[in-house]
Design a protein around this ligand. Structure first.
Ligand code: GLP
Length: 243
């Protein structure tokens, strides 16, 4: 695993954007696997700036997102479709018809079938990842076994707690989500994880231990042959990765 230490959040956003920019410039028709959460927001802002000011061209880029809440319309301001539109797609010259976020409403089985079909037809050049405090990737929650393909997850209480800051109350946080499976994530050609915030436990298991642990899904990243982790210096020091 390639570990990049960032001075702070903004520096991490720039360093992560450098990796995405290289992929887009090398292959303007690449497919980006994208993620939501506060960790990649700075990178998305930086990519939007480079699109506007430096001609970084997304017009032939395709994208597919990691996950979506069950029960939220794409127009709901906490849906991940809305997040992607407002944090990235509305600010770059991507064709929204080339972007895919799983449907959160309607028939769950049909939505999952469509999500799996899209993933089966897609070769992801780089998958962006954040990480949950419990080590979840997308919404692959810790457990004795993990899933290969896209599936529905019941969210852990700790995940609902962590994400309630975006909703009016904890009761408003959806209890279920559709997510790429671990197999979908691991089949991406490259992985790019941005670790930011209170992620000491997940970061310790990922960077300081040698175990692949389904109870901490992010540890599976260690098995990928082209994985990069961008971590803020302060957090890297807190977990003893650097001094
Ligand atoms: C949600 C998303 C994850 C994301 C996580 C962490 O649970 N489904 O993909 O990694 O939040 O979010 P943040 O970056 O805001 O800490």
């Amino acid at each position: 695993m390639n570990v990049i230490i960032a001075e702070n959040y903004e520096d991490g956003a720039r360093k992560a954007a450098d990796l995405i920019e290289k992929i887009v410039r090398d292959n303007p028709a690449c497919t980006l696997g994208l993620a939501t959460g506060s960790s990649p927001v700075g990178m998305y802002q930086e990519l939007a700036r480079r699109c506007k000011e430096e001609g970084l061209d997304f017009s032939h880029v395709h994208s597919v997102n990691l996950d979506e809440y069950v029960g939220l319309e794409g127009t709901h301001d906490q849906s991940y479709r809305y997040f992607m539109n407002t944090n990235l797609f509305d600010h770059i010259n991507i064709d929204k018809a080339n972007t895919y976020v799983a449907k959160g409403v309607g028939d769950v089985e049909a939505n999952l079938k469509e999500f799996n079909e899209v993933l089966d037809q897609t070769d992801i050049d780089i998958q962006v990842l954040g990480v949950g405090p419990d080590g979840h990737l997308g919404f692959n929650e810790p457990g004795d076994t993990l899933y290969d393909g896209a599936h529905e997850e019941t969210l852990e209480d700790s995940t609902i707690e962590a994400n309630k800051r975006f909703f009016a109350s904890k009761e408003d946080v959806p209890t279920h989500a559709l997510t790429m499976g671990m197999g979908n994530i691991m089949r991406a050609k490259r992985l790019l994880m941005i670790i930011s915030g209170n992620k000491q436990e997940a970061a310790t298991k990922l960077l300081m231990e040698d175990k692949i642990d389904p109870h901490c899904p992010c540890t599976f990243m260690r098995m990928h042959r082209d994985a990069t982790v961008v971590i803020e210096k302060k957090l890297a020091q807190e977990i003893g990765y650097i001094h």
